[in-house]
Design a protein. Sequence first.
Lengths: 116, 354
Amino acid sequence: MNTRGADEAGALETLGRSSGPASLILSSLADGPKHGYALTKDIESFAGVRVAPGTLYEALSRLEAHGMIEAVESQDRRRPYRLTATGATALSTYLQAQRKVAEVGLRRLAGSWALT
Amino acid sequence: MTPSEPASAPVDRAEDSGTGRDAPKTRRLLLWYPRAWRARYGDEFAELLAADLADLGPGWRRSANIAVSGLRTRLAGAGLTGHPLDSAAAARAGLAMVAACGGAAALAGAAMWAQLAIGLQWSVAHERGITEAMALMSAALLVLPVLALLAAAPVAWAALAAAVRGQGRQFRWPAALITAGLVVLVIGGRHFENGWPGTGGHLLVHQGLVPGGVAAFGWATTMWITTYWVHPAALAAFPATQLGWMLVSPAATGCVLTGAMKLIRRVELSPRAFRYQTRVANVALAGLAVFLSGALSWLLSAGGGSAPLFRAGAIDRAGFAVLALAVLTGAVAVRQARAAARSGLAEAAATTRR
């Protein structure tokens, strides 16, 4: 078992084409458990995109397989999901990297184009 | 790390959407996904679909998205794309897919090789490409069965070990399929190889390359791979027993392949045995690539100037396409199986660290 492998296992990039929707799902779950439809509406409200059902559940199943989210016991057919510690760490790492890119981009835009 | 348990986000129209009115549509859409996926996510996915339909109404984009996602999930279940539910299962599915590709390639290859061997029993090939093709194809065919045995041995051992531990129930059906298929193929193949058209050919120097008995057996077991199926009048002239064999032998081959795939999917291999299997698979793929280059050499050489016995027909070109597809698919499956196995190990390491 190498440490690098373990680190990679907790990275959103390992989810391939699902890493985009996965970051939205993890961000949505960061404030508490939600089921599929609630996730769709929440993501639509904060990101302005409506994640299609197939894409949403493809990402959900991969996130669950990677231990980044887990299903919450429910009597309802709409099963809620919650973030795990692995998922929270992965999201934090991903968002910090994104923030660094955003800060550099905005700083350069401000310097060269006077845009903020 | 865990936040206090907040309430679920508001669920407006989903509350009253239910699944009643749209139930037939959601059920149809769910069929794009494999059974295991439906068993795990079916109910909640149907709820989401019903709510989404209530929100946005019917639309082809949603259907297309679900179809693509469902097919990708099925491909993942077959070990050809990422891993859907379980890394270990995906790794085994990848290996099973490699076995299926190897089987398909072996069938197509044996049919082509046996036909070329018939030509070489009766005539001297003047085109260098044809003799080179035979050499390459024969060399590859010599190595591939050895590799198949090397790959089968650890799987059979692991299944036997599990059976000794009293966990062999799950292997009974695959083992019965493999055994029944092999028995039929060996008995039938041995019987029908007597009708090999290469029998009685001239004693030519180059025939040392071609073990006649093996070619005859290969011909007999792949007799059903023929364009005679689209010429019913010609097919009707075949003896009834031969026609029967042409129907039974593909079914027997299917039994062997299905049994092998089921066995590989069910057997628990150690990480070391898994690495060994992927290495054997890579060598086998290289062997198949050599076979493929030989087959290509034949197809390119066997033009209008060739003796009729060496001319490649539509079935040979189709066989080449199957071989090429099997090699490509097998390569993808090996890569996915290794990725899934690595991911499984990494997940286990992450779990341990947690």
